[in-house]
Design a protein around this ligand. Structure first.
Ligand code: SF4
Ligand code: SF4
Length: 332
């Protein structure tokens, strides 16, 4: 069992699989869905799901992951939304690009090309204006990917299996990317997801140290650290992210996570993200530029070839920070 108590009406709490998941009278799975739309900067259709098997102190979606919030939808209805999205797709990606990682080499969301008719200086120069759409989170293309996001209930795999089958039946051209905390993804569940048609995982490894992981998220990370190997063995595409959280998850743990990934495959894309105060961690500071650079080098030294830094605006506050980051990492 995860740390999944979820607030329901009347200030009561229930375990997540009772609070946000059910089968209707015809035996069809339903889940509470907060929203579903084309997200930026991922440039794919994200389904934000209520309820989660972790209880992260830093959760940025706690309003709907730790409380049942949204609308009950059947897997048929969700697959219907995905089929409507398919009609808007402007970029068809090959399977190996069915990840968030490749979104930014298509478009940086500035909207210049559609507003002014000219590209911005940072535009990758790959897409044409007719491929750029305006969605609730800004400008960009619509890639042929559906992302399962928000709260994660990988422990209740049959819901995801049913949903994936229905999406793939209606819209076989859409890739399915599962954004996961990894909890509950046993090898049996991975096999079921593979057979149903899930294509890729975006795995958030929250800490290497098991004691810290438990304190940070409410559950242990024993199986999660084995996941990269298993995910690759089953043939899914994989990318990984981890946050630098001062005093909780710093360079020592991040380099161990990187080492673990490099032993599986040095090509696994890895995003090093800067933490910012949120939810029950409002008193924890963000990392600074020097700490992020130090971690970046440690992660590269562990052997990973594809490393990027995210949430740069959180720690790089001045021109000097940006210059230092550019000089030390070569990142433009
Ligand atoms: S795994 Fe993600 S959604 Fe779930 S509690 Fe943690 S941060 Fe929130
Ligand atoms: S394709 Fe258009 S919206 Fe995207 S980065 Fe280039 S100019 Fe900006």
């Amino acid at each position: 069992m995860g740390d999944c108590l979820t607030m329901i009406q009347g200030n009561k709490k229930k375990i997540a699989c009772d609070a946000v998941l059910r089968k209707n009278e015809t035996g069809t799975w339903q889940r509470i869905i907060k929203s579903a739309h084309l997200s930026r900067p991922e440039h794919y259709f994200s389904i934000y799901m209520s309820g989660c098997n972790m209880n992260c102190r830093k959760c940025h979606s706690h309003e709907f992951t730790k409380a049942a919030s949204g609308e009950w939808m059947t897997t048929d209805q969700i697959a219907g939304l995905c089929a409507e999205y398919r009609e808007q797709v402007t970029v068809y990606e090959p399977l190996e690009r069915a990840l968030d990682w490749y979104a930014s080499d298509l478009c940086r969301c500035c909207g210049y090309c559609v507003i002014t008719g000219r590209r911005s200086p940072t535009c990758p120069g790959v897409l044409e204006p007719h491929q750029i759409l305006l969605s609730p989170q800004g400008f960009g293309p619509a890639r042929n990917i559906v992302g399962y996001t928000g709260g994660d209930l990988g422990c209740c795999v049959d819901f995801y299996v049913d949903l994936t089958r229905k999406i793939k039946t209606k819209s076989p051209e859409l890739w399915i990317l599962y954004e996961t905390n990894g909890y509950g993804l046993t090898s049996t569940n991975l096999k079921k997801l593979r057979e149903a048609g899930v294509d890729s995982f975006w795995l958030d490894i929250k800490a290497f140290d098991p004691v810290i992981h438990k304190k940070l998220c409410g559950v242990d990370n024993h199986r999660i650290l084995d996941l990269p190997k298993q995910v690759q063995q089953f043939g899914f595409q994989l990318e990984v992210l981890s946050l630098f959280i001062p005093r909780w998850v710093e360079t020592d743990q991040l380099s161990k996570i990187a080492l673990l990934l490099a032993e599986v495959n040095r090509e696994i894309p890895f995003t090093l993200l800067a933490f910012f105060p949120e939810y029950r961690m409002m008193n924890t500071r963000s990392p600074n530029t020097v700490e992020m650079i130090e971690s970046y080098h440690a992660v590269k030294k562990a052997g990973l070839k594809n490393v990027r830094i995210g949430n740069i605006g959180v720690f790089a506050k001045t021109e000097t920070d940006y210059e230092l980051l550019k000089r030390e990492t070569g990142i433009e």
